[in-house]
Ligand binder design. Structure first.
Ligand code: GLN
Length: 269
């Protein structure tokens, strides 16, 4: 009999627990779709998590690329790793097309984007940028022996760009959309130049140097199309993570880590 009562008591406990758990689940489910889950709350969650999810486009050496062993490498990858370490977080990298990065940041599927991304007023309307950590210059790559000698010769020429980049925006504004071919990353744009599908590629100078070094018969024109600042992008609501990132970045600038990472990939000329 005692045993029977004990079993009943255990059963009662189990039932009570199920009821309680069930109730909690219903409430949580309601919260997710309910009115008290504001977008700001949703995007703030990653800051509290142990994982820092960085979106990038890993075809932009030396800032981000896939190394021979299949891992992600480059300036942005190493800076993000150092920052994650300072924040006690593990870095996770999501490789995507460049023009998907800002929507992914705003939508909360990544915590931040680091992709040699230039700070522009238009992008600042959609995301918050960190302090800047590097400078880029838009460069023009042509085939050796090309008749294009400077930006003045681009009128009416076929220009290859990476979709959604500042190079794309400038080329479209200055030379007309009909003259601009968009590719989903820098390597594909350079491939199109090698195959004579375009007459030149407008891309940031350091990736330009990497592509020219890796392919015969290309050269960079001696012209600085524009000079830009690179920074990491965060969702508008996620100022907590942005502040943590900036604080860690400031420490890494002060102790020479950022300079050392950049010098490792861009040796002084
Ligand atoms: N700096 C350029 C931009 O922000 C290109 C970046 C990239 O292609 N990864 O638009």
């Amino acid at each position: 009999m005692k045993k029977f009562i004990a079993i009943l008591a255990v059963l009662a406990l189990v039932v009570a627990c199920f009821a309680a758990c069930g109730g909690k689940t219903d409430k949580d489910a309601a919260n997710v779709s309910g009115s008290d889950a504001t977008p700001a709350e949703v995007v703030e969650n990653p800051a509290a998590a142990d994982t820092l999810v960085m979106g990038t486009n890993a075809a932009f050496p030396p800032y981000e690329f896939v190394a021979e062993d299949g891992s992600y490498a480059g300036i942005d990858v190493e800076i993000a790793t150092a920052i994650a370490e300072k924040l006690g977080m593990t870095l996770e990298i999501k490789d995507m097309e460049f023009d998907s990065l800002i929507p992914a940041v705003s939508g909360g599927s990544i915590d931040m984007a680091m992709a040699g991304m230039t700070v522009t007023p238009e992008r600042q309307e959609e995301v918050n940028f960190s302090e800047t950590y590097a400078t880029g210059v838009q460069a023009i790559i042509v085939k050796e022996g090309s008749e294009i000698a400077s930006a003045d010769d681009l009128e009416g020429k076929k220009i290859g760009v990476q979709a959604g980049t500042t190079g794309d925006i400038y080329a479209t504004d200055d030379y007309g959309q009909e003259n601009v071919s968009q590719y989903s990353n820098g390597s594909l744009a350079v491939q199109a130049l090698l195959n004579d599908q375009v007459d030149c590629v407008i891309i940031d100078n350091e990736p330009a140097k990497s592509f020219v070094a890796a392919n015969e018969g290309l050269q960079i024109l001696d012209t600085e199309y524009t000079v830009e600042d690179y920074a990491a992008a965060f969702a508008k609501g996620n100022t907590e993570l942005l502040e943590q990132f900036n604080a860690a970045l400031a420490e890494l600038k002060a102790d020479g880590t950022i300079d050392a990472i950049i010098a490792k990939y861009i040796p002084a000329e």
